[in-house]
Ligand binder design. Structure first.
Ligand SMILES: *Cc1c(COP(=O)(O)O)cnc(C)c1O
Length: 235
């Protein structure tokens, strides 16, 4: 892939982001583009770094561990966005700048313990299930406020907001409903004013649905294929 091609893809994404913002009267500077580099190699990531990106989303800690040594000169901040087994907390504590898929207390406790050991703290987003699909991961919406209260006791976890994945469907209304639900949950949680938690960030929207997410209040879209090209495997 030539540099021009990725640059053109990024420009096309930025144009779509700006158009979505314009439709609902939002300022484009309110929405961040997080490149999702899972399955793409260090050369592709370097190309993105040359375009000004420094945070990259990955869904497996093993992949970060493989790529990080090859990209040490790039000052990359790795963002974990995938469902995580508790035994991976150690790798997150060592490698990640941020975790967007925090969905249970057991994982928070393991992370806190490992982060204390590393003398580090990280930004976290709570992943909430907004889709009716059985397979989708994330905390059940009904447990969100209780979970946020429990998280406020971990000094190593800076809770910044919420993340979701929309239902996998061709029906835009169903997708939009998932994004609207996350924003509503955020607004309700804010009313409870849980100590030290502001929830300004909403990570929602991917290559196929980010315009809808922006229209519903997303502050960060996670984009893989629209930026890097189609993935060989369905990671
Ligand atoms: C892969 C992935 C993305 C990006 O998906 P694309 O459709 O390639 O943009 C976003 N979020 C999560 C959690 C992912 O696993």
């Amino acid at each position: 892939m030539s540099a021009d091609t990725m640059q053109m893809r990024v420009q096309a994404i930025r144009d779509r982001m700006a158009a979505a913002c314009a439709r609902v009267g939002r300022d484009p500077s309110e929405v961040t583009l997080l490149p999702v580099s899972k399955t793409f190699d260090d050369a592709a990531i370097r190309e993105a770094v040359s375009l000004g990106f420094h945070r990259f989303g990955e869904n497996r800690t093993q992949e970060i561990a493989q790529k990080a040594p090859l990209l040490q000169d790039c000052q990359i901040q790795w963002v974990v966005i995938g469902q995580l087994q508790t035994n991976k907390a150690k790798d997150v504590a060592r490698l990640a700048h941020e975790l967007q898929s925090l969905d249970r207390l057991e994982l928070a406790e393991a992370l806190d313990r490992r982060l204390q050991g590393e003398g580090r703290s990280i930004d976290v987003l709570v992943q909430v299930k907004t889709s009716p699909e059985e397979s989708k991961s994330g905390l059940e919406a009904s447990g969100l406020n209780q979970f946020l209260r429990e998280l406020s006791r971990f000094d190593t976890l800076r809770v910044k907001g919420l993340m979701t994945m929309a239902e996998l469907t061709q029906d835009p209304q169903a997708v939009r409903a998932c994004f609207a639900k996350l924003r509503q949950l955020r607004d309700l949680a804010r009313q409870e004013a849980i100590a030290g938690i502001s929830l300004e960030r909403l990570s929602m929207g991917m290559s196929g649905d980010f315009e809808l997410a922006i229209e519903e209040g997303s502050t960060e879209i996670r984009v893989g294929s629209a930026m890097f090209g189609s993935r060989a495997s369905s990671a």
